[in-house]
Design a binder for this molecule. Structure first.
Ligand SMILES: C[S@@+](CC[C@H](N)C(=O)[O-])C[C@H]1O[C@@H](n2cnc3c(N)ncnc32)[C@H](O)[C@@H]1O
Length: 300
């Protein structure tokens, strides 16, 4: 199936805020294209939508992706147009150095997982696939602990804290208690059944937030974000930009805390109305832009 822009929507994630990302990297440029030495790291390559746009705009791109399945789709799509590597962005400095991207003009972090994980995957990312095992690991070659391992092994206090990253403390405590009383929990369907009473409103499926919290925990998403921000900033050359697309308050809190502690300003850009209408996932997207300037360089 193809959409009007001939993007294969079954195979590729639909990237959010692409024009805003490209525009923000052009802010100090007179021409619309990057100069041919512009180096950008797309640290959340996914199926390569942003990388494709960056390459089309003349950028030299290093794409990093921890999920081997997404990486192979991106490789097939982009071929040799960009340098594509498997890795965790928490190790961005080492990966950048070994690929000759030690000083770059931009780093992009488009956080979370892709539509492809939610729509097509057999790893239990979506509450629609009820028979799937509750796994949720992005990289099963490197990660040992699944979502099902967590819900069956953690105690009620640990589970409460896990869910409280995206849910209210009260709901988290009730959900944790219910899980402890209904173990073992093996499939998505088991969790969906337990989550039914935690419906927040008509539009949000009751399992959305419990599943988001589990995915965040399984993949150490917040810990990885804390690690990558200072490292990505260090890789920027003067005037370079760190672009972070967040989707929930847990990510925003970490970004704001980092900016406060490093005394950095950030600009916030929101998706336009048309994009929000056409791509529901963009509704909660926020693009944060942090520019490295001379003053910051002197501080280091
Ligand atoms: C929202 S998607 C990015 C989509 C991408 N911008 C595109 O256009 O296809 C986020 C991607 O980052 C990957 N990812 C998540 N955490 C990561 C990490 N710590 N290191 C590397 N990749 C990660 C996920 O597997 C997912 O493919």
């Amino acid at each position: 199936m193809k959409n009007s822009n001939s993007i294969n929507v079954d195979k590729y994630h639909e990237p959010v805020m692409v024009s805003e990302v490209i525009e923000s990297l052009h802010l100090n440029n007179k021409s619309k294209h990057f100069n041919k030495f512009s180096k950008i790291i797309d640290a959340t390559l996914g199926t390569g939508g942003h990388t494709q746009a960056l390459v089309d705009a003349g950028g030299q791109v290093l794409g990093i992706e921890m999920d081997p399945k997404m990486l192979s789709v991106a490789k097939e799509r982009l071929g040799s147009k960009a340098t594509l590597v498997k890795g965790n962005f928490s190790e961005i400095e080492e990966i950048a150095k070994s690929n000759d991207f030690s000083k770059v003009d931009g780093v992009l972090l488009d956080l979370g997982v892709s539509n492809i994980h939610l729509k097509q995957d057999d790893r239990g990312f979506s509450f629609s696939n009820k028979d799937q095992v509750l796994d949720m690991r992005l990289d099963s070659e490197k990660q040992g602990v699944t979502a099902s391992d967590l819900v069956n092994a953690l105690d009620a206090t640990q589970l409460t804290n896990l869910f409280a990253v995206v849910m209210s403390f009260n709901s988290s405590r009730k959900l944790a208690k219910k899980i402890v009383n209904n173990r073992p929990i093996k499939t998505v369907g088991d969790l969906v059944e337990i989550s039914a009473e935690f419906k927040k409103n008509e539009t949000l499926h009751p399992a959305t937030l419990p599943m988001l919290a589990l995915r965040i925990a399984v993949n150490s998403e917040l810990e990885n974000l804390k690690k990558v921000l200072p490292k990505a900033y260090n890789l920027l050359s003067e005037g370079g930009k760190l672009l972070v697309i967040t989707f929930h308050s847990g990510e925003v809190d970490i970004l704001k805390k980092y900016c406060r502690s490093a005394n950095l300003q950030s600009d916030l850009v929101l998706p336009g109305e048309i994009e929000v209408e056409q791509n529901p996932r963009s509704r909660s997207a926020k693009l944060w832009i942090i520019t490295k300037n001379k003053k910051d360089l002197k501080k280091k």
